[in-house]
Design a protein around this ligand. Structure first.
Ligand code: PMP
Length: 426
């Protein structure tokens, strides 16, 4: 009772002070005060298994990252306009994980900023304006990037120069690669006919806000190669799949055997320290720099690169990409088992520790069930598990824990999920 009153008071205070763009999760919002590994703790000491947050990808408050940031913060914290070895050591190490043509790194603070620069690069390099994205994609919050983020639109329509691919239809296609390439070709034809031309295809290769479309690996390849052969660019938004989440390798696009022209990254890059980056060929960046300069006050600061370096250390030392593959394969297999026993589970898709589970209403011909999904999310929270939803209709549970999740924690999640799906029936 007292807890409820305290939570209500916090919510009231927040509504009186914080702008309406700031949304809270859950019917009964959560007041968390501490994080460690895959666990979050509330003000009453109750712990929650975090299956939602992909920013603290090597684990909440990882001591190695915390120490690196604190030490550098207490030594020197400046921008990139002085010589400092941290920035080139970090750039060299990160670029070594990318295909050779991508030979320069620019650092910013948010994924939105890196996608914003990617759009500028593509438009300047090609002289064209149109961009192709997927139907419920999210790429960030600047004015330019909002235009290519259909999931942000509450009303109105997308600008004409943005072409949208209905990726949710892909699982029904006999040949997803051919279908996707046809969609891209049709998009380019439409943008050409409207006079905008097409500068780039911009996709998040795990299609996170679209509802997670990971398979078949390689389905992006024919479309990307077709575009690149005609001088258009492929921008891989690695904000979600990057830094090992798919369990395959460092980058999501690698599952598709393609070489992007531009790679944007963010979220897990600093495990919560705000840092992001854009990798591209030097010639692309040089051409942009001839036109308009670019400076980012906090991007690539001495503290940011210390955080980024510590994240790369932990990823390697704790073999987290292999863990993402192992635990991810296990989770997916168990969830497929759940699909065969519970008719509400319509589909399971994903790679590594990024899995989507569609909930449907069997009484309504298996229609997507966003209401049930919300009920499951709230029930899981009451039972100590934090999870979210994605997808065009909001009926895909988004399973995306920190990469350090252990088998026992995965089992706990599976158990609670099954209970919650059963508990919310009818
Ligand atoms: N791209 C993708 C795929 C994202 O999921 C997000 C954030 N949800 C962004 C870009 C934007 O990143 P940020 O919020 O750091 O600006």
């Amino acid at each position: 009772q007292q807890t409820d009153e305290r939570i209500r008071a916090l919510v009231r205070k927040r509504l009186e002070t914080v702008g309406p763009t700031s949304m809270l999760f859950y019917e009964e919002p959560l007041h968390i005060v501490r994080g460690e590994g895959v666990w979050l703790f509330d003000d009453q000491g109750q712990r929650y298994l975090d299956v939602y947050n992909n920013v603290p990808s090597v684990g909440h408050c990882h001591p190695r990252v915390v120490q690196a940031v604190a030490e550098q913060m207490g030594t020197l914290n400046v921008h990139t306009r002085y010589l400092h070895e941290g920035i080139h050591r970090y750039s060299e190490r990160l670029l070594a994980t990318l295909p050779p043509p991508l030979n320069r790194l620019v650092m910013m603070c948010t994924g939105s900023e890196s996608n914003d620069m990617a759009l500028r690069l593509a438009r300047q390099w090609t002289g064209q304006q149109g961009i192709i994205v997927t139907e419920a994609a999210y790429h960030g919050n600047t004015s330019a990037v909002t235009e290519v983020s259909p999931s942000s639109f509450k009303k109105g329509t997308l600008p004409e120069h943005v072409h949208v691919i209905p990726i949710s239809l892909m699982p029904e296609q006999a040949d997803p690669s051919a279908w996707f390439a046809d969609q891209v070709r049709a998009g380019v034809a439409r943008l050409d006919a409207l006079g905008y031309g097409c500068a780039a295809l911009l996709v998040d290769s795990i299609f996170s806000s679209d509802g997670i479309f990971a398979d078949p690996p390689g389905f992006l390849k024919p479309a990307v190669e077709w575009l690149q052969a005609r001088g258009m660019l492929f921008i891989a938004d690695e904000v979600q799949p990057g830094f090992g989440r798919t369990g395959h390798s460092m980058w999501g696009f690698e599952r598709h055997q393609i070489t992007p022209d531009v790679v944007t990254m963010g979220k897990p890059m600093g495990n919560g320290f705000p840092m992001s980056g854009l990798a591209a060929r030097e010639e692309l960046l040089a051409a942009l720099n001839d036109d308009v300069g670019y400076f980012n006050t906090f991007g690539g600061s001495t503290v940011a690169v210390a955080a980024g370096m510590a994240v790369l250390d932990v990823l390697a030392e704790e073999a987290l990409i292999a863990n993402a593959r192992q635990q991810g394969d296990y989770l997916k297999q168990q969830l497929e088992g759940l699909q065969s026993t519970l008719e509400e589970v319509a589909a399971v898709r994903g790679a590594g520790l990024f899995i989507g589970l569609d909930l449907c209403n069997p009484a309504r011909d298996g229609a997507p069930d966003a209401g049930r999904t919300t009920a499951v999310i709230n029930d899981l929270k009451r039972n100590g598990v934090l999870i979210g939803a994605a997808g065009k209709s909001g009926s895909t549970l988004k399973i995306r824990p920190p990469l350090c999740i252990a088998r026992a924690e995965a089992d706990l999640f599976l158990d609670r999920l099954e209970q919650s799906i059963r508990a919310t029936a009818g």
